[in-house]
Design a protein around this ligand. Structure first.
Ligand code: DAH
Length: 344
């Protein structure tokens, strides 16, 4: 019996030495110290021995039990510590490694252009203001000298909004010009402001038409403002935005809310005015509409046209990057295709 215990001890201790994980350790515990484990069986068998034998064998067996239990405990702690070390090792961070590059976004080409345009005008003393996209017929048309049934309304295909019951007709503004009226209603001259914002047209979309796009409106009203001021301001703007070597020209145009009205063009920056595909062989690229604020428009907001004069202008924003980068489809701007957007 004693010999058996001696063998048990040698076997158990050498097995314990070889164990390197908690799973095996638990199996080892069950094998030797479990309810049906080898040592437990020996201890249970003590009853069959004589009193003499029971005393000596019992003492040895109990001592063995204590040895195995303390071995078990030590091993358990060692393995737990080892586990912790392993985990730390596995999750260690090498702070000297270069980091992953952070992907930074960029501004949409329209936003960039809007900011450029507005910053040119604010450097010339214009304030930047915004206005509502859902607008009254009155501001979008009526107050701008475009009464109901006037043929000039055909210049703007309009999205109407719940016209019934409102008493006044509502629409999605077709241009930023209504802000001319809103600005003048709120302030007395001098007025000098630009208005960036979205406008809407009830049109089928194609490469050159979108139902939504951006405009920047400009307005300056004071005593003694002349066409010379309009020309000087816009020509300077064109030089700042398109380059100092750009030429610009005015030609007559018609807009109901200005008199006289003009369209402004710059000489083509691709062919320097010689004629190419971009400028349809004319050498000139049209960039905006402008004019002297119509006396009737001034009267409507209680500005005396004999005292005050002013100029106004309005431009399409997408047209600028469209021309600059040779983009051939305006729909690309708002179709959220990253392959397009990432190029800017
Ligand atoms: N609102 C006009 C349009 O959308 C553009 C325009 C032309 C604005 C002449 C003006 C202006 O302020 O004076 O077609």
């Amino acid at each position: 019996m004693l010999k058996e215990l001696e063998e048990l001890k040698t076997k158990a201790v050498s097995e314990l030495d070889g164990i390197d994980n908690l799973g095996d350790l638990e199996k080892w515990r069950v094998r030797y110290l479990g309810r049906k484990g080898s040592l437990t069986t020996v201890l249970r068998g003590l009853g069959t021995l004589s009193v003499e034998e029971r005393r000596t064998v019992g003492a040895v067996a109990n001592e063995l039990k204590a040895t195995l239990e303390s071995g078990l405990q030590q091993k358990q702690e060692a393995l737990k510590t080892q586990n912790l070390v392993d985990t730390i090792e596995q999750t260690r961070i090498d702070v000297t490694l270069p980091g992953y590059p952070v992907s930074i976004g960029r501004l949409h080409p329209t936003t960039r252009t809007l900011r450029e345009v507005c910053s040119v005008f604010s450097s010339m003393g214009f304030q930047v203001v915004e206005g509502p996209e859902v607008e009254w017929d009155y501001y979008n048309f009526e107050a701008l000298n475009i009464p109901q049934d006037h043929p000039a309304r055909d210049m703007w295909a309009t999205f109407w909004v719940d016209t019934e019951g409102a008493g006044r007709s509502r629409l999605l503004r077709t241009h930023t010009s209504p802000m001319q009226i809103r600005l003048m209603e709120k302030t007395r001259p001098p007025v000098r402001a630009v208005v960036p914002g979205k406008v809407y047209r009830y049109e089928a979309t194609d490469a050159t038409h979108e139902f939504m796009f951006y405009q920047v409106e400009g307005l300056a009203v004071d005593k003694g403002i002349t066409m010379g001021d309009l020309k000087g301001t816009l020509f300077e703007f064109a030089r700042r935005l398109f380059g100092a070597e750009r030429k610009a020209r005015f030609r007559c145009d018609y807009f109901p809310f200005v008199e006289p009205g003009v369209e402004m063009a710059i000489d083509c920056f691709v062919c320097q005015g010689a004629g190419c595909r971009l400028c349809s062989n004319t050498g000139w690229i049209e960039i905006l509409g402008a004019g002297m604020v119509h006396p009737d428009v001034l009267r409507r907001v209680d500005y005396d046209p004999d005292v005050y004069t002013g100029f106004a202008f309005g431009m399409g924003v997408e047209r600028i990057p469209l021309l600059k980068y040779g983009i051939d489809d305006i729909r690309l701007f708002y179709s959220n295709d990253l392959r397009f957007l990432k190029q800017f």
